[in-house]
Design a protein around this ligand. Structure first.
Ligand code: MN
Length: 150
């Protein structure tokens, strides 16, 4: 597949011929108000994908972990992220790295969306959601307990 050399932004955070996708194919209630756009799908010589996710105000991504890493840049709005057992407030321009095997969940602010670029390997394992024992460990920390949405 030949990638287009130039893709125009048609309106803020929307691009020509790049569809607005559901965050996860299977739906569910473990996330809220998240859209996904694949900006660069990757290739044999660049085996990575750059996606743009947008979490609507008050929304959140799935609490999950996996062996692949995320390199993230916040490009719109504000919010917070849990990485491991730490919660970080996020502003536009901030960078977030999620190491392999680390619990993570993004939440938008209650009055602003949270839009971010996320770089991942093309070949990657499936995310896993917390089992009851994992939730017990996460909830042992009161700040984490009040942050997470499952
Ligand atoms: Mn993830």
């Amino acid at each position: 597949m030949t990638l287009p050399t130039h893709v125009r932004q048609t309106e803020p955070f929307r691009w020509e011929d790049i569809p607005l996708l559901a965050y996860k194919e299977d739906g569910g209630t473990h996330f809220r108000g998240v859209t996904r756009q694949i900006l660069f799908p990757g290739s044999a010589t660049l085996p990575a994908q750059l996606r743009y996710f947008e979490v609507a105000e008050g929304g959140h991504s799935t609490l999950e972990r996996h062996e692949h890493e995320h390199s993230v840049m916040i490009v719109r709005g504000a919010g917070a992220v849990l990485v491991g057992m730490r919660i970080h407030r996020l502003a536009t321009g901030d960078l977030v790295h999620v190491p392999p095997g680390t619990w993570h969940q993004f939440r938008a602010s209650t009055n602003a969306p949270l839009g971010f670029l996320c770089l991942v390997c093309s070949e990657r394992d499936k995310p896993v959601r917390p089992a009851p024992g994992d939730l017990e460990q996460l909830r042992a920390d009161p700040a984490v307990a009040s942050f997470i949405r499952v």
